[in-house]
Design a protein around this ligand. Structure first.
Ligand SMILES: [Cu+2]
Length: 337
């Protein structure tokens, strides 16, 4: 009898607990000013993306490189074809409960990381599905008519093919160059373009970090800052790396409105290659300062396992989201123990 009673009480507790847990996970519904229905868990720091029109995962973006569709011409020229579609009507929850009209290349801010080897023919089929004119302006060396400044690409399906030889070696930004530039960049029309040397750099755990911000109340000051768009993301989802692994970060500062940004690494120093154009680092430091579109390559290895911060040492930026963590785990296979 007592056993029976205990079983009944036990089952009741489980039922009550599971109903309670489900209530805790209940999603809230918001209707935006455009009439779009969006759901959020209401969590304070970890945004949940249920809006199907814009999906952005900083973990996926971090190590995702788009090498294009590769072909070879009769003269052995490597050709890399990319298709980039601009849109300007998407709403994204850029911080929990904060919805912002992002302007996107291929649906995300930043756009895809385009990657080629020096000397390849890069061909970008650009389609503007936005409601305003947009372009793609690549930093790098190319003919004037491929510069994406004077050749406006009209809205609702306008097209343009950018074609140039990849170079110089390094890490470069690309962005829309239509006036008012401040508006087109700050809404999110930018991304990273990497040109690899013909003799590849040493093997490494490679990642891309775009330092950016969002002015959500349109007062020409950023309300949020981040590495890869989502404030505090890598603080709550630390980037996992291994001791003694060579880490290579392609870092590009795209913050609008503020004259400088910077990158500080804890418990370590890094070799820094400004613009990535030289294969010999110019400095060994734990701190670089970058103005808009300034960029470079950072390389480092962690000797000791543990959690290490990386963040803007412009503290205002780190307190508004531009901060993250590396979780360094012991590489037992290669530790030599
Ligand atoms: Cu634009």
């Amino acid at each position: 009898m007592m056993l029976m009673l205990s079983v009944i009480i036990g089952i009741s507790i489980i039922i009550v607990f599971s109903v309670y847990s489900e209530a805790q996970l209940e999603q809230k519904t918001f209707v935006t000013h455009t009439g779009q229905v969006i759901y959020t868990s209401g969590d304070i720091l970890d945004p949940v993306y249920t809006n199907s029109t814009v999906e952005f995962d900083p973990d996926q973006y971090l190590r995702n490189f788009n090498y294009g569709r590769v072909s070879e011409s009769k003269t052995d020229q490597i050709i890399r074809d990319f298709t980039i579609i601009a849109e300007d009507d998407k709403i994204q929850e850029i911080s929990p409960g904060v919805f912002y009209n992002v302007w996107t290349f291929n649906g995300t801010v930043p756009g895809p990381t385009i990657r080629a080897t020096e000397g390849d023919l890069v061909r970008v089929n650009f389609i503007n599905n936005g409601s305003k004119s947009h372009t793609m302006h690549f930093h790098g060396i190319h003919p004037a008519e491929m510069d994406g400044v004077f050749e406006l690409v009209g809205p609702n399906g306008g097209q343009f093919t950018y074609e140039f030889i990849a170079g110089p070696v390094g890490v470069h930004p690309y962005h829309c160059h239509v006036m008012p530039l401040e508006e087109h960049i700050s809404h999110g029309l930018y991304g990273v373009y990497i040109v690899d040397p013909k003799t590849p750099r040493p093997k490494a755990d490679e990642m891309v970090m775009v330092l950016n911000g969002f002015d959500t109340d349109f007062d020409t000051e950023n309300n949020f800052y981040a590495a890869n768009s989502i404030p505090f993301y890598y603080q709550h989802h630390p980037i996992q790396i291994k001791t003694n692994d060579l880490i290579r970060i392609y870092v590009v500062n795209m913050v609008e409105f503020d004259p400088i940004n910077n990158f500080h690494l804890h418990g370590n120093l890094y070799n820094y290659y400004p613009t990535g154009t030289d294969l010999i680092p110019s400095t060994f430091t734990d701190m670089i300062t970058l103005s808009q579109t300034e960029r470079g390559i950072m390389e480092f290895q962690y000797k000791y396992p543990g959690k290490y911060l990386f963040h803007a040492h412009k503290v205002e930026f780190s307190e508004k989201g531009w901060t993250g963590l590396f979780l360094v785990q012991e590489d037992k296979e290669n530790s030599g123990d």
